[in-house]
Ligand binder design. Structure first.
Ligand SMILES: O=C(O)C(=O)C[C@]1(C(=O)O)C=C[C@@H](O)C=C1
Length: 281
């Protein structure tokens, strides 16, 4: 039995992504699995890194809110974890509350990503409500259940799960809202449609970033994402996370990675992976 760590509690989008992966494992690899909820993304990742769980399914980026910094930072810090698969989940947020109308709501709870994905809706419809960040979109639901002045931005399916009325739906600022999740484990896979890497530059000089990027162009490899994160050591010091549309076992990828070692300070390869089809709720 494979254990899958994810951000909980029950009803979170991460649980939905983990369930999708569990169904895929059952269907295509005849493997049974068990979900293990954690109260932060970091703890779910840590569980896979220490072997407490076999796998972690964690969000990496959202089409409106951008990247999930915790996931990127922890992947860099923990050398043991590699990406196995990629899942994209459509995200449709609902406003759950016992309030009779929007005017009665004083406080809105949700995960910071969900709050940022609904900023326009919130400023038009609940401009005076206090926004409070929670560890997931479902963490505050027991509190919302006990106070009719509270509301939460949560998945629609959580209304049934926590027996709460839906006051508005959908409320995300863009109807095409979706979040990408990575399946992480301690095994490096060599074959897939995409590969993810990260590096730090040796020095802050003109063209220092251009050299590594140029290598992919020379090898005819398309980049699908670039993201910078502070190293947290000094202001203005960054590391770069890059996704390429090429398999790790491809000779051009191997050539680019070899040359990349000469123009980067530290280089990490997070693995190569395929996109898993997901079942829409
Ligand atoms: O809070 C949840 O339900 C989560 O699974 C986390 C998370 C995220 O971190 O991006 C996942 C999908 C949505 O983008 C909003 C929140």
């Amino acid at each position: 039995m494979i254990s899958i760590a994810h951000l909980g509690p029950s009803g979170s989008y991460s649980e939905f992504a983990a369930t999708n992966y569990a169904q895929w494992l059952q269907r295509y690899q005849a493997q049974t699995s068990q979900l293990k909820p954690y109260n932060t993304i970091s703890k779910a990742i840590q569980a896979a890194a220490t072997g407490e769980s076999d796998i972690a399914v964690v969000p990496i980026e959202n089409s409106i809110g951008g990247s999930v910094p915790d996931t990127l930072d922890m992947l860099w810090e923990l050398d043991s974890l590699k990406i196995q698969n990629n899942l994209v989940i459509p995200i449709h947020h609902a406003l759950l509350s016992r309030a009779d109308c929007l005017d009665a709501i004083t406080t809105v709870y949700s995960h910071p990503q969900a709050l940022s994905q609904c900023q326009k809706w919130l400023s038009s419809n609940l401009p005076d409500a206090t926004q409070i960040a929670t560890s997931s979109t479902t963490e505050a639901l027991p509190r919302v259940s006990n106070d009719a002045t509270f509301a939460a931005i949560s998945p629609l399916w959580a209304a049934k799960l926590y027996d709460l009325p839906t006051l508005a739906d959908p409320i995300n600022d863009n109807p095409d809202n979706s979040t990408r999740f990575w399946v992480l484990s301690q095994q490096l896979s060599h074959c897939g449609s995409h590969t993810s890497i990260a590096f730090q530059l040796p020095d802050n000089t003109p063209g220092a970033l251009l050299k590594p990027l140029q290598l992919f162009a020379t090898q005819g490899i398309n980049m699908s994402r670039i993201e910078s994160r502070p190293t947290k050591l000094a202001l203005g010091d960054y590391r770069f996370f890059i996704d390429i549309e090429a398999s790790l076992d491809n000779t051009n990828t191997q050539a680019a990675l070899q040359l990349l070692k000469n123009c980067t300070k530290s280089l990490k390869v997070f693995g190569t992976y395929e996109q898993i089809p997901t079942q829409v709720p």
